[in-house]
Design a protein around this ligand. Sequence first.
Ligand code: IMP
Ligand code: MG
Length: 182
Amino acid sequence: MKEIALNNKLFEIYLTEEEIQTRIRMLSHEINEYYDDKYDEPVHIIVMMNGAFLFAADIVRQLDFPLHMYFVKSSSYEGLQSSGKVNFDLPEDLEIKNKHVLVLEDIVDTGRTFQVFLDEIVKDKPKDLKICSLLVKHKNQEIMQKIDFAGFMIDDPFVIGYGMDYNGKARDLKDIYMLKTN
Ligand code: IMP
Ligand code: MG
């Protein structure tokens, strides 16, 4: 069992690079199918930084329709806990009125970040708004149902790797690791 230690915490392998990439291929097929009859104009993709940078890089290269990309920096986590406050840096050129919009997230945990974000961007009246998250923690059924394209439903413990960090560390790992709870 592959394990890594970070700041005196032990993490064990949870999803391998191969499992992640296989699932991303399947997700990209679903997304391509969904937009198949809709792209008379580019789909506007919003990547939730920093966590979703690798996921977005891998999945957009498998999408076969024209797209326009925006990067939004959000943060609500301090260490292993959600701080409760959500902050966003919206790009100045964000122009989604009457557009097809697809939001790419790394992980939806409490759902607070993406709910605050969605409440904000629906004000700009996109034509259609879909959410794709690589990981969804399945403790919150109500939130789960709002995710249109979900990679993996996962348990509660904190995860790192493949874009996701623990206080800035581990974003570069190819696999995803979960905090060992015993
Ligand atoms: P939420 O607002 O609780 O849904 O969490 C939103 C953001 O916190 C996610 O987009 C991640 O960037 C980060 N986050 C939540 N859970 C984890 C985790 O287990 N590992 C690393 N980052 C996480
Ligand atoms: Mg995130």
